[in-house]
Design a protein around this ligand. Structure first.
Ligand code: GLU
Ligand code: ZN
Length: 490
C-alpha cells in the first residue's frame, strides 16, 4: 500500500523573539519534508491576542528566510488550506466547537474557578486524581438552564473517552495514558475564544497533517489531541490520526531546560554575532540527531538526504555554545574565498565597523581575507582582525599594551624600527628584520614581535603580523612604531 505523501507543519506562536528550540523544531520538520519529498506547512498560531505581536510574526518569517528553511504552504506562499494564520480562521473553530458539542464530544462547563479549586484541593487531600472531576459532563437540560439563569459563564470542555489512549511515538515508542491522568479539558473560553487545545489539532486535521514533530514539552497534550482527532474522524472532519514524534528537551547551563528567556537561546544573538545559517543549523541538527558517529560537520543537503525521525534520540540534548562556535568556524573555512568576502560584507560597514567608510580599501581587505578566514569563529570577528588597516590609529587596548610593553620594549622597538625601515617591503624581509632585532636583545621571534604587533595593530593577537605589515605599508608602520615609542617616553 502506497502511503500518503508526508505533510508536516511548523506552527509557532508569534510571541517574543525566535529562539533556538523553535529553530530546531522547524529544522527537523523541514528536513523530514525534504527527505520524504513531502510538504512543510507553516501555520501561525496567533489566537492569543494578549501575547501575540505583529513584530514577532515578521521576525519569525524573516528568521526562517534567513535560515533557508522554506515552506510549501503558509503565509506569503499561500496554499489550498489558506488562510494559514489562525487569527483569520476563527469561524472554522467556532463551527467545529459547535459540531463537537452537538455530537456529545464536548459540553458546557459552568464551574467557577473557586469551585474548581475547592474540589481540586479536596481531591488532593483525599489522595484522589486532582484534575477536572467531570462535574458538568452530564448536566440535565434543567440544570443547565438553572446555571444560565444564575448568569454563570461557561467554557466548552472536551469529553475524554473512558478508555486509555495509546499511541506510538515516533521517537519514544508506544505510550499509554489512562483516563485519570487526562481529564476533560477546556477547548473554548467563556468569552468564546477557542484555545490552543482545539485550534491546533483542528488545523492539523483540516490541513491533512500526517506527522506532528514537536518538542517534548507538548507530549502531555498529545493524548488529548489523539482523542479529539478520533472525534473529528467520527464527524468526518479528519481522516486519520497523525503520527506524533516528540523531540528531546534541550538542556542549558546547570543541566536545566534551556528556556526562551535564556540569552543563549535567542536566535538574534547568533545572527548578530555572524553565525552562518548553515553553521547554526548544522549545530542545531545535532540536538537529538546525528548524521553518523564520526561526522559532526555536514551540509543541509547531506542532512536532508539522511534525515529520518526514527533516528531521533529521545534523551535530553545538551546545548553547547562552544561546540556551536566550533562547527560554525568549520563552515566558515569551507566557504570559497568569494563567498567568505561576501558574507563578511555587512560587518565591514556601519554600524559594525569602527572605521570611516572612505578608509575602507577593498583590495587590501581581499588580500587579508584568506588569512582571516581560517581564524574567525563568527563573522563579526572579522572587524577586529582587519581594523588596523582602516583605522587612522590602531585601537587602544589597555590590556594588550600592558602585556606587550614591558620594560625593555622601548629598546627592542627602537632596534626593530631601524631594521624595518631598511627592510625590503615583503612579509619575509619584515620577519627577518624583527628576528634580527630580537637576536640583538636576546629575544625569540614571538617575544620580539609582540611590541611590534601592539604598536602597529593595537592588539596582542591578530592575523599573521608580517603579512599584515606588508599591507599596512612602510609609512604607516613606521609612524605607528614612532607613536608607540613616544608613548613609552623613548
Ligand atoms: N503554537 C504551539 C507552540 O508554539 C505549537 C505546538 C505544536 O507544535 O503543536 O507551542
Ligand atoms: Zn464544570
Amino acid at each position: 500500500m502506497a502511503s500518503a505523501p508526508v505533510r508536516v507543519r511548523f506552527c509557532p506562536s508569534p510571541t517574543g523573539n525566535p529562539h533556538v528550540g523553535l529553530v530546531r523544531t522547524a529544522l527537523f520538520n523541514w528536513a523530514y519534508a525534504r527527505h520524504t519529498g513531502g510538504s512543510l506547512v507553516l501555520r501561525i498560531e496567533d489566537t492569543d491576542a494578549a501575547r501575540d505581536s505583529e513584530e514577532s510574526y515578521v521576525q519569525l518569517l524573516d528568521a526562517l528566510r534567513w535560515l533557508g528553511l522554506d515552506w510549501d504552504e503558509g503565509p506569503e506562499v499561500g496554499g489550498p488550506h489558506a488562510p494559514y494564520r489562525q487569527s483569520q480562521r476563527m469561524d472554522l473553530y467556532r463551527d467545529v466547537a459547535e459540531k463537537l458539542q452537538a455530537a456529545g464530544h464536548a459540553y458546557r462547563c459552568y464551574c467557577t474557578t473557586e469551585e474548581l479549586d475547592a474540589r481540586r484541593d479536596a481531591a488532593r487531600a483525599a489522595g484522589r486524581p486532582s484534575g477536572y472531576d467531570g462535574h458538568c459532563r452530564d448536566l440535565s437540560a434543567e440544570q443547565r438552564a438553572a446555571y444560565e439563569a444564575e448568569g454563570r459563564g461557561s467554557i466548552v470542555r472536551f469529553r475524554m473517552p473512558d478508555e486509555p489512549i495509546t499511541f506510538t511515538d515516533l521517537v519514544r515508542g508506544e505510550l499509554t495514558f489512562t483516563p485519570e491522568n487526562v481529564p476533560d479539558y477546556g477547548i473554548v473560553r467563556a468569552n468564546g475564544a477557542p484555545l490552543y487545545t482545539l485550534v491546533n489539532p483542528v488545523d492539523d486535521a483540516l490541513m491533512g497533517i500526517t506527522h506532528v514533530l514537536r518538542g517534548e514539552d507538548l507530549l502531555s497534550s498529545t493524548p488529548r489531541q489523539v482523542a479529539l482527532y478520533q472525534a473529528l474522524i467520527e464527524l468526518d472532519l479528519a481522516s486519520e490520526v497523525p503520527s506524533f514524534g516528540h523531540l528531546p528537551y534541550v538542556m542549558g547551563e546547570g543541566n536545566k531546560k534551556l528556556s526562551k528567556r535564556d540569552p543563549q537561546s535567542s536566535l538574534n544573538l547568533y545572527r548578530e554575532r555572524g553565525f552562518l545559517p548553515e553553521g547554526l543549523l548544522n549545530y542545531l541538527s545535532l540536538l537529538g540527531w546525528s548524521l553518523s558517529a564520526d561526522r559532526d560537520i555536514f551540509s543541509m543537503d547531506e542532512m536532508v538526504a539522511a534525515f529520518d525521525i526514527a533516528d531521533v534520540n529521545g534523551n535530553p540534548a545538551r546545548f553547547d555554545l562552544k561546540k556551536a562556535e566550533a562547527i560554525n568556524a568549520d563552515h566558515i573555512r569551507m566557504l570559497d574565498p568569494k563567498a567568505f568576502a561576501d558574507a563578511c560584507a555587512p560587518w565591514l560597514k556601519a554600524p559594525h565597523a569602527p572605521w570611516a567608510p572612505e578608509n575602507f580599501d577593498p583590495a587590501a581587505f581581499d588580500a587579508l581575507a584568506p588569512l582571516a578566514q581560517t581564524r574567525v569563529t563568527v563573522l563579526s570577528d572579522i572587524t577586529a582582525n582587519v581594523d588596523f588597516l582602516f583605522l587612522d590609529e590602531p585601537v587602544e587596548d589597555e590590556a594588550s599594551w600592558a602585556k606587550a610593553m614591558k620594560p625593555g620594549a622601548d629598546a627592542l622597538l627602537t632596534t626593530a624600527r631601524a631594521k624595518i625601515a631598511e627592510a625590503e617591503w615583503t612579509a619575509g624581509s619584515l620577519k627577518n628584520a624583527v628576528l634580527a632585532a630580537g637576536e640583538e636583545h636576546g629575544l625569540k621571534l614571538g617575544k620580539a614581535q609582540a611590541p611590534v604587533r601592539v604598536a602597529t595593530t593595537g592588539r596582542t593577537v591578530g592575523l599573521p603580523l608580517f603579512e599584515s605589515l606588508e599591507l599596512l605599508g612602510r609609512d604607516r608602520t613606521l609612524a605607528r612604531i614612532d607613536a608607540a615609542l613616544a608613548k613609552l617616553g623613548a
